[in-house]
Design a protein around this ligand. Structure first.
Ligand SMILES: [Zn+2]
Length: 308
């Protein structure tokens, strides 16, 4: 009887979503800095079409694009509209993409408000704010003023749980292309997917160690050419590893969304911040590959870019 009731309670917990079966891992796709200009491979317009097509083919129902409203020109607006028509959402990534650690919080909030006034009338916009560079203010006064200001505007923090250096791999690719180097696309694809996969595993293990469970994850990507080229390969890898892709807006229903970090160590995302609050040393919460020199050396070692 006792045995039966335990099974019953266990089933109830699963059905109510309070615990996850051991293997189930979930992650949402968020893509920053939309609408980005032309890249080393594609025009912004072409890249947007590729992203829509590849997300659709990979079965991703809803990605969340964080928008820099100052970057919206006529084509950019069409691109954002196309994302929304394809089922994706738009979040606020400020008007001019400044670091909250570098400007007065009052100016910062005014910039967010400008972005808000432009985004609000758009179909598909959702009230999540992604801090540029994941900077939330240099001290507790600015951090808390920003938090209060965002809440007053109706925003929730569009945090990440998996920080990445995808933007630096893209910068190295652009540099190689400009220098006329040969780019081994197979190696570049493998390197990009591996980088993200390692980061996902890293932050998931930090989560399991500190929360006792795997939360609904939020992956940080950027709206650049490599995301356009390789997003399907990444999704394929995640599905192969038994991860489930979830809509970004539902990822923020996880309990960690309510767990507001006390630390100022916020640049590695929500899971790392919670771990820091629980006493982990910041140096243990940054994987070695989130580093420019590390990635440059890795590209050389793997032979991703070579002289023609
Ligand atoms: Zn950004």
């Amino acid at each position: 009887m006792i045995f039966m009731s335990r099974i019953f309670v266990f089933l109830l917990l699963i059905l109510s979503g309070n615990i996850l079966p051991a293997q189930l891992r979930q992650i949402a796709i968020t893509i920053d800095d939309a609408p980005m200009g032309d890249g080393p491979y594609f025009s912004g317009e072409r890249r947007g079409q590729m992203l829509i097509e590849r997300l659709r083919q990979a079965g991703v129902e809803q990605a969340l694009f964080f928008v820099i409203t100052d970057k919206i020109d006529q084509e950019g607006q069409t691109r954002l509209n196309n994302y929304v028509a394809a089922g994706h959402k738009l979040g606020n990534h400020s008007h001019t993409h400044q670091s909250a650690n570098k400007i007065p919080w009052q100016d910062y909030l005014a910039d967010v408000a400008t972005a808000d006034s432009l985004l609000k009338p758009m179909k598909g916009s959702v009230p999540f704010y992604r801090y540029p560079y994941l900077h939330e203010g240099a001290d507790t006064l600015s951090r808390d003023s920003l938090r209060a200001g965002l809440t007053a505007m109706g925003y929730a923090n569009g945090y990440v749980t998996v920080d990445t250096y995808d933007w630096y791999i893209h910068a190295l690719t652009r540099e190689a292309k400009q220098a006329g180097q040969k780019i081994n696309t197979t190696k570049l694809r493998q390197w990009w997917v591996d980088h993200l996969w390692r980061s996902i595993q890293f932050y998931d293990s930090v989560a399991v160690a500190n929360l006792g469970r795997s939360p609904k994850h939020v992956l940080l990507l950027h709206e650049n050419d490599l995301t356009g080229l390789f997003i399907s390969d990444l999704i394929q890898k995640l599905l192969m590893e038994d991860w489930q892709i979830i809509p970004a807006t539902s990822a923020y229903s996880d309990a960690i969304a309510q767990e507001i970090p006390k630390t100022l160590f916020l640049g590695q995302g929500r899971v790392a911040a919670i771990a820091a609050d629980k006493g982990s040393a910041p140096k243990d919460l940054v994987p070695p590959w989130e580093d420019e020199a590390y990635l440059r050396a890795e590209a050389a070692r793997l032979g991703v870019f070579t002289e023609p």
